[in-house]
Design a protein around this ligand. Structure first.
Ligand code: DX5
Ligand code: ZN
Length: 207
């Protein structure tokens, strides 16, 4: 399967302009980082702007919730053109959130921070569609790729076995680090693309 590219606009200087530009490329998804200022320090709540633009954007959203209380955000993003809603496994007690996402017919992702033991994912493997392996500490764009992510991808791939679960990787992905994540199905990339002057060229360099 050809690798899919999901473009994060967290580091965008002009969000509207960049979203329109991402939409004109061959990107597979728009990666939507949502931050509540509690699960991570920074706040980034782009729903209003995406809701306004939802009439012109054609790309589907790949929503990454870095929040302590996901319910409100799941309900919001379920009203948009959303393929995946991903919550963090570190929240614990996440079965209700998984069921809520599914109730909207949206695919469920589970994200895992760099220091969390991947074995916690075992409890959920029969209920989810995607695992988002963080290759940086969540909270900021433009950080350096954490090398251990490569081995974590392999470990998670083994755990998944023949289940139908996609592996996505998020943080520090660019043309230098892409070879470290060859086993992933989707790569999330932000600053490498949106801080460049040729989005399409950068996207293609990741496939
Ligand atoms: C980090 C976010 C990432 C980030 C990726 O918390 O989840 O999606 O925007 O950006 P880059 O590619 O700049 O690391
Ligand atoms: Zn993200």
């Amino acid at each position: 399967m050809k690798k899919k590219v999901s473009v994060s606009f967290l580091s965008s200087k002009d969000i509207i302009d960049d979203l329109l530009e991402i939409d004109s490329t061959t990107a597979d998804y728009v990666h939507v980082d949502v931050m509540d200022g509690r699960f991570v320090k920074k706040k980034f709540l782009p729903f209003k702007i995406l809701n306004k633009l939802s009439y012109v954007l054609r790309k589907r959203f790949d929503v990454h919730l870095m929040v302590n209380e996901p319910i409100k955000f799941i309900e919001q993003y379920a009203t948009l053109n959303t393929e995946f809603i991903t919550i963090h496994v570190e929240l614990g007690e996440i079965d209700n959130y998984i069921d809520l996402i599914k109730s909207y017919g949206i695919k469920v992702g589970l994200s895992i921070k760099p220091d969390t033991d991947v074995s916690v994912l075992n409890n959920y493997l029969d209920k989810i569609d995607l695992i988002l392996i963080m290759s940086v500490e969540p909270g900021l764009g433009g950080q350096k790729f954490i090398e251990e992510a490569t081995a974590r991808i392999e470990k998670v791939k083994k755990m998944i076995g023949n289940r139908n679960i996609l592996i996505s990787v998020d943080g520090g992905i660019n043309s230098d680090t892409i070879s470290n994540v060859s086993k992933s199905d989707i790569v999330v990339s932000g600053s490498y693309i949106v801080c460049s002057d040729n989005f399409e060229e950068k996207i293609n360099s990741l496939r």
